[in-house]
Design a protein around this ligand. Sequence first.
Ligand code: F6P
Length: 380
Amino acid sequence: MSIGILTSGGDAPGMNAAIRAAFRSLKMRAPDCELMLFRDGFRGLARRLDSASDRNVDRKDVRDIIHRGGTFIGTGRVPELVLPPPDAPDLAARTAARESFLRVAAVNLFQHQVESLIVIGGDGSFCGAQVIAAAYRQTFPGRPFRVIGIPGTIDNDLHGTEYSIGYDTALNNVVDSLRKLRDTIESHRRAIILEVMGNTSGWLALQSAIAGGAAAVAIPEVEETWDQDDMVSRLVAGVRRDYRYFIIVVAEGVLKRAGADWSHALKRRIEEAQPIHDMLGYPMEVRINSVGHVARGGSPSALDNTLAGLLGSAAADIAQTGTIGRGEVVEGDVMVGCRGTRVITTPLDEVIANSPRLVTRDSELYQLSLKLMLSAGQPF
Ligand code: F6P
């Protein structure tokens, strides 16, 4: 039997440690078990395997990677795995490309007797894995094959886990940027609008704003947080209380929903706010910055590598023995996740159906942000 691993979608710090942990756990139990690494995400499954994969991975292949960011086997997004809409102008060509991709992937998996495919990524990657699994099962009915997902995304938006690999590092990267920005805006008595990645969810923006001591945060899930009138009146209240500077964090998802011009519109509103002008004697200058892909880079944090170790090892256990922990049986396609330091599993279709997991008004972090950030009627 052989076990395949690939990383897919946006890279996330800690993916390397997850591969290493899976390798070590597999080999510890069964030194002869073959591990294959597919390069560049699902693309590596559907190319000539000798150039797109590493077979018979051994110890030296996964040495010196635990401290490195990104994913050493490469990643990617594969448009062929996305079902084309029925009215797509190039429907025939896209359908043919998709069928050919799936056929090659299924045959490659069969030829190398891959019985478990470990996919490290987010919900888009798990959808892709399900499509490939369906194609495989249709082409080779009765052959054993399962998908085991490991959550790896800086967005932390997956159902079935409290944290995904990469989130903690990205959070620290964003907070680090916030601290650096704080130095310069304090010196100039300015406001900064910091745009933060996170796709459709606001977790990264929300938690970095809390941890970095921002004055305000705008997240896609709660529309009133994007209300610019309210934002300006909170800043007015802040200037009245002698705040020297303001950090406003805005999640990428807000820019997607409210328009890419949202930050520029807010900048104009703040710079033109007469009450601020009157109190300072001059307008408050605003700068816009963005922590884009920088948030995803750099060495993984200790927490991310620990989580990667736990989840990579659990995925290997399931692939090899069909069990985790003290022998609990795990069936079907699943994602491993964490609740505290405990590893849990969730059926992959349940993960996909409930992801992205979004911030809700009653979530603890959102409620905390209401208490800690600037408000117009703040009594102190
Ligand atoms: O999913 C991770 C993520 O970094 C999102 O926060 C962001 O929207 C997206 O990936 C960016 O994707 P790309 O790297 O393809 O530009």
